[in-house]
Design a protein around this ligand. Sequence first.
Ligand code: NAD
Length: 325
Amino acid sequence: MSDTYFVTGALGCIGAWVVKHLVERGDRPVVFDLGGDPRRIRDVLGENGLAKVQFVAGDITDLEACKRAVAACQPRAIVHLAGLQVPFCRQDPALGARVNVLGTIHVFEAALAAGVRRIAYASSAAVFGPSEDDGTAVAESTQQAPVTHYGVYKQANEGTARIYWLEKKLASVGLRPLTVYGVGRDQGLTSGPTTAMKAAVLGRPFHIGFSGPTDFHYVADTAAAFVACADGGPDGALLYNLHGDTVDVADVVRTIEAECPTALGRITIGGPRIPIPPLLDGRAFARDYPQVPHTGLAAGIRDTIARFRKLYAQGGLDVRDLPAK
Ligand SMILES: NC(=O)c1ccc[n+]([C@@H]2O[C@H](COP(=O)([O-])OP(=O)(O)OC[C@H]3O[C@@H](n4cnc5c(N)ncnc54)[C@H](O)[C@@H]3O)[C@@H](O)[C@H]2O)c1
């Protein structure tokens, strides 16, 4: 039997892969997003898959619109990904709070009103502030003050989820990825490595604007994690770090160059480190959701480059995240 899942922010990078995951196993995703171009979903799922997706244009800052949309499709669960990333929250903190904090409350309210019992939502490793780079893996319970509005908003959402569990028994799982990469990752603080893979396919130069190590998570695995958490798991308001591979961005560039020799010396790196501890302790998630795959970094980069090459060959590679030639 196929189930309906309500996915907010599904026109974005992780959302497109969540939609792909659901369609490919025979379920029905309902995309709730501001509206506009479903290009990321088309890029990962293809034109035929896209035809199986239901789209509802709506804004999570509009409580009534959220309630109407959830009530209309009566989903088994909600995957809540809609949000503004670090640079957008920095640019307009008030809008960032309306979308990320108030919007999240609206999604929980809409779930309650429609009798939905489970939400998997995107928190972020940005809830942790910078740490001493001593190689210590950061566990879920670690206390480190975030240094961005975005991180503070994600902390607030984790608190919101806890209160909905305490007061209403609405179960949720908040996942904290750090640097998600793969096709569709074309905006946000840590999108540079993915854009570098695209530039490599085109033989164009590219500069990645941050340096040092970070925790890379392949987007197909990220999507599988959200769907697994929407499907089930321990009851409560759970929080998990997502750990992929912690490497220096320079190692990622070397892997790209090995895959695409024409990129040799054309990808440069420079800029501050990401102000988030680079190594997340992902053991709790692996223990509770052992079915979720872990794609190694080299395999993830290879798959991403192969997908970009295929899109390019089909004339469908979106290059708007690359600097003008
Ligand atoms: N990409 C990462 O590395 C990463 C890491 C940690 C956490 N996250 C979180 O995961 C979630 C998804 O990330 P992503 O990379 O797919 O982001 P994205 O920017 O690619 O997509 C976000 C989507 O949210 C939609 N959206 C924005 N405001 C909205 C609103 N008011 N109403 C409805 N939809 C709205 C956008 O249109 C977009 O399609 C976000 O909450 C993000 O903060 C991402």
